[in-house]
Design a protein around this ligand. Sequence first.
Ligand code: AVJ
Length: 328
Amino acid sequence: TTVIPGHTVLCKRKPVTGTFYQEVIKGLSAPQKYLDSKYFYDAEGDRLFQQIMQCQEYYLTGCEMEIFATRAGEIAAALAQQAGTFDVVELGAGDATKSIHLLRQLLADGTDFTYFPIDISANVIQQLEQQLPVMLPELRMKGLNGEYFHMLEQANTFSHKRKVVLFMGGNIGNFDTAAAHDFCRELRDYLRPGDLLLTGFDLKKNPQVILRAYNDSAGITRAFNFNLLTRINRELGADFDITRFEHYPTYDPGTGACKSYLVSLEKQQVKIGSDVYIDFEAYEPLYMEISQKYSLEDTGQLALKSGFQPVGLFFDSKKWFVDALWKC
Ligand code: AVJ
């Protein structure tokens, strides 16, 4: 702030408001401080997540890729058997590198369907609409840019066929078990009897393997977590000093909760914008993300509790990951 004596006060930065600001302040003011992991994905976060997926230690992507690359025939057969004729809707389609195996298989089988990729990123949808027709010229598709449930309603107005919804990548893991249940229930309300849901779950396994996936030796996951603090500094005018925090991933083999924290290494105060001050005690944790791991029984119970019937399971060869098929 520049003060001209006797005159006006000029602000260098206009005050920041909006949902990102509000949610950050809310999380940092809570008795147990937290940030929402959906904010990891700015341009730099997207780039870091791409690198995580290529890490030796981050097995999830490779496992689900193997499922789609080697079992597309079985999955397509199960979809046809359970749903008859249908369209395919993908929640959070990304670059569709896994689902493309299934789409290619469905085309080879002569299945008459439309592919509706849904993504919150306009950029992702634009890229898919450019690239998929080159790779799969016979594919009928319509990209939908927006919130999952709103876009699912859109897809249902474009076509009245049964829907096969793909929710892959273990993204359901970013919900704790209560939130996962609420999400599945709500999703169920946007679907109709006979519709199908194929969800990717990361399974409980050797705890060391899980912990290493969220604490890679190259420090990419660490950078991915710190990037959210850097984003808050840049976009909300905060002054987090990332050297005063420690990245600390944990895994509880009892509950299957894999949680990441940034722990404050000293008593400190962080300023956000011009008028908000957040106090950290020495060794106070800031909860960043959950990546919930499931047993097969957990997935079956989640299905039943949220109004679905489990009808199929597709594993990778190590049985570290599963794509579970549920019917409405
Ligand atoms: C995109 C939610 C599947 O939790 O494994 C990767 C995100 N976070 N490394 C996961 C993530 C740290 C990832 N998901």
